[in-house]
Design a protein around this ligand. Structure first.
Ligand SMILES: *[C@@H]1O[C@H](CO)[C@@H](O)[C@H](O)[C@H]1NC(C)=O
Length: 304
């Protein structure tokens, strides 16, 4: 250690929710329940959609990918949160913090891209049903999913490397429950204003653009649905769309609120509760809403 740019901090203290003593145990129970539910539910979806040939369609290909992603995504932050909620010491090694941030960004950004690929798939299915099989073929699906994973990899690595090559020689406590970009950035012992601006721009690109694409897809879908002749078909199509839109808006809404504010606000720690929405709540509900309200999955589950 010691040479100019290398880090002085070897451990980071994740204060998490330790200033809310009375909340620790209820929060532990709640997060554990959500986490178990997310892992079991998503694993089931991956297994069922892989095992049943009737489910080898683009929609279930994306859903399998999303469910797999959600298991990874929740496993980056929640096990550590659960341990910290019960233990006295709440530290994470500097390297562990970097790894956590990298994987969190990787899975999070991939998820944003994958969700917009899924919205595009629905848009083609509903708005151009006749050309659907021609447009959304196996190759396009693999390319869209592969593209999502590639963007996630590149963005996560570049962000993490550029943050963790900054000097960290000062405070080592963050009032958050995992090593997210902005809280960690607040610890860097250098002027991070320019970097904060870069984070905001990247957030706009990586979160806002997929979100707008999703909104666009769904507004086209809804306008097509409104033109449908049968009221029953309209109602059915509308109810699936609205639940997807709700979950997607919660996910993006909380993420946009958090990543688009300066670290000075972030350091007060109000955001921890909002962060629970996109780390705990939506990853659990996403696949459930995409699949369990779905007859094909239900019948495949019953057969298994
Ligand atoms: C997700 O998509 C990628 C890229 O097409 C593919 O390589 C991977 O096997 C998929 N994962 C699952 C669990 O289906």
């Amino acid at each position: 250690m010691g040479k100019g740019n290398q880090s002085c901090v070897t451990e980071i203290e994740l204060l998490g929710f330790s200033d809310f003593r009375a909340l620790q145990v209820p929060l532990f129970v709640l997060v554990l329940a959500f986490y178990v539910f997310a892992v079991v539910g998503n694993t089931l979806i991956v297994l069922v959609t892989a095992a049943h040939p009737a489910l080898h369609t683009p929609m279930y290909f994306f859903l399998r990918n999303l469910s797999f992603l959600e298991v990874c995504y929740t496993s980056v932050t929640l096990p550590k949160l659960l341990v910290n909620l019960l233990s006295e010491s709440q530290t994470i090694s500097f390297l562990g913090c970097g790894a956590q941030m990298c994987f969190f960004l990787f899975f999070g950004i991939t998820e944003c891209c994958l969700l917009s690929a899924m919205a595009y798939n629905r848009y083609v299915a509903i708005c151009c049903p006749l050309q659907y099989a021609l447009i959304v073929n196996q190759r396009l699906c693999a390319q869209l999913a592969g593209g999502a994973w590639t963007i996630g990899t590149l963005a996560a690595f570049s962000q993490t490397v550029s943050i963790f090559t900054m000097p960290f020689c000062g405070p080592n406590r963050i009032s958050h429950f995992f090593c997210d970009i902005l809280p960690v950035l607040g610890l860097a012992t250098t002027d991070t204003h320019q970097y904060e601006a870069a984070v905001t721009i990247l957030t706009v690109l990586l979160i806002l653009v997929p979100f707008l694409l999703i909104l666009l897809s769904y507004s086209l879908i809804i306008s097509t649905i409104l033109k449908m002749p049968s009221a029953e078909g309209r109602h059915k199509a509308f109810s699936t769309c609205s639940s997807h839109l709700l979950v997607v808006s919660l996910f993006y809404g909380s993420a946009i609120l958090i990543y688009m504010q300066p670290t000075s606000v972030q350091s007060q720690g109000h955001d921890r509760f909002l962060s629970l929405v996109y780390t705990v709540l939506t990853p659990t509900f996403n696949p459930v809403i995409y699949s369990l309200r779905n007859k094909e999955i239900k019948s495949a589950l019953r057969k298994s």
